[in-house]
Write a protein that binds this ligand. Structure first.
Ligand code: COA
Length: 259
């Protein structure tokens, strides 16, 4: 599958999606959002793909936001539709049954910060900068940023970042709990691969159960504890559960099939 705004590669079960508009610091235009949705759909349906990395082309930017050039002249209804289309794709990422890691290789501003937050885990290079600068444009975040930033760093600091448009460094993001790790830029993808290899050695069925249960904490009208009961119960019908427990009792390494 080829894309206009993305580069993709499958290597050793890892699907890397690179947003490829480096001359615009990988700003998300409508086509990019649409293609990210298509790529995640492909990842869901491709058995060979076990995990996904989302990153940006070039050394300077992960994604510097939604494409501001596309905002000009939009009506209220068109603005709402734009936000809804971005939110839908970002929810698709968040609810992906396979682990999705953001490799944040520079600016993660506006829609870029929001894209990283839709991923299950975030690893930042030491030059990364995070922020929600929409108020500089007379806007607010529209791709879930007002909701997800609170989930990661709490209401106090999230409100400050949304109101001031301040950028924070990778180390500040680490201290606030927004990212999992900060590494030198040349080690960014190897750190992602290291984490993915660890996760890939576990039961894929159980990993999906973790994703669903964690997401349930924040889902509207869903009791997370009830969701956990359901996900826990589902594990007992899987080959992975049989293999995991048998391997433990036989004192050997489990060989999970994801069934
Ligand atoms: N939408 C559209 N184009 C963008 C963009 C965005 N969000 N962010 C950067 N670009 C474009 C610039 O217009 C410029 O294009 P040009 O060379 O055709 O003029 C190119 O990317 C490089 O950006 P530039 O501003 O020259 O780089 P810089 O190093 O001086 O500044 C930033 C980097 C990230 C600080 C600055 O680009 C910026 O503030 N971008 C907007 C961030 C933002 O508000 N995001 C939220 C959008 S809702």
């Amino acid at each position: 599958m080829t894309y206009e705004t993305l580069l993709t590669i499958i290597d050793n079960g890892v699907f890397t999606i690179t947003i490829n508009r480096p001359d615009k610091l990988n700003a998300l235009n409508k086509k990019t959002i649409e293609e990210i949705g298509e790529a995640i759909k492909l990842a869901e349906s491709t058995t060979e793909i076990k995990a996904i990395i989302i990153t940006g082309a070039g050394p300077k930017s992960f994604v510097a936001g939604a494409d501001i050039a596309e905002f000009v002249g939009l009506s209220v209804e068109q603005g709402k539709a734009l936000a809804k289309s971005g939110q839908d794709v970002f929810k698709q990422i968040e609810n992906c049954s396979k682990p999705v890691i953001a490799a944040v290789n520079g600016f993660a501003l506006g829609g870029g910060c929001e894209l990283s937050m839709a991923c299950h885990l975030r690893i930042a290079s030491d030059n990364a900068k995070f922020g929600q600068p929409e108020v500089n444009l007379g806007l607010i975040a529209g791709y879930g940023g007002t909701q997800r930033l609170i989930q990661y760093i709490g209401k106090t600091k999230a409100t400050e970042l949304h109101m001031t448009a301040d950028m924070i460094s990778a180390d500040q993001a680490l201290n606030l709990g927004l990212v999992n790790y900060v590494v030198p830029q040349d080690q960014l993808l190897s750190k992602c691969t290291e984490l993915i290899e660890k996760i890939k050695s576990k039961s894929p069925k159980a990993i999906t159960g973790v994703i669903n249960s964690v997401n349930a904490y924040f889902a509207d009208g869903v009791d997370g504890f009830t969701a956990e009961v359901v996900e826990f119960g589902k594990c007992f019908a899987t080959d992975d559960f049989k293999e995991g427990t048998t391997a433990f009792l036989e004192k050997r390494k489990a060989n999970f099939t994801g069934k």
